[in-house]
Write a protein that binds this ligand. Structure first.
Ligand code: THU
Length: 162
């Protein structure tokens, strides 16, 4: 199917076949944890951290619709709070939904991911059959605005400008 990468494609993003397999199982399993009574659109996410840990999450909706949170942001926030993950610690992000072709992270999530991930970070997107498409963050969010664009706290204290 066009747009569906073969399973060994992610190797060029620095992931082993085993890591891809682990990510795929983790994000597909995480889909079952979604709290999505309003959309019934289940999204699971898994991130691979540089120490080898895999952290998962799912979308969590709310009766006040805009308050709901996407799986990607739930997962990254969990990795930050539970695993102490920092910018640069994320080797890959995997997202699973029940549609084909697979869903890609929403615009807000792409920006949220950008805070913690290098533009070269692979984002694996799984469809309802467990097949994936992989793209880098840079491909999904070109010319992105990241933390490097802002002054550091030291520069701010000195009243410097970029
Ligand atoms: N959703 C995600 O969790 N991730 C995405 O990348 C796209 C959308 C969720 C939000 C909401 O709970 C449901 O999917 C329908 O938009």
């Amino acid at each position: 199917m066009p747009g569906h990468a073969r399973h060994d494609t992610a190797l060029i993003h620095g992931l082993s076949a085993t890591e891809v397999q682990t990510l795929s199982e983790a994000c597909i399993e995480a889909k079952s944890k979604a709290y999505c009574p309003y959309s019934n659109f289940h999204v699971g996410c898994a991130v691979l951290l540089s120490g080898g840990a895999v952290v998962t999450g799912a979308n969590v909706e709310n009766a006040a619709y805009p308050v709901g949170t996407c799986a990607e942001r739930v997962t990254i926030a969990t990795a930050v709070c539970q695993n102490g993950a920092k910018a640069g610690d994320f080797r890959a992000i995997a997202v699973a939904t029940d549609i084909s072709p697979p869903a890609s992270p929403c615009g807000m999530c792409r920006q949220f991911i950008r805070e913690f991930c290098d533009p070269s970070t692979p984002i694996l997107m799984y469809d309802k059959e467990g097949k994936y498409t992989v793209m880098t963050l840079e491909q999904l969010l070109p010319m992105s605005f990241g933390p490097d664009k802002l002054l550091s706290t030291e520069e701010l204290a000195k009243g410097a400008s970029k």
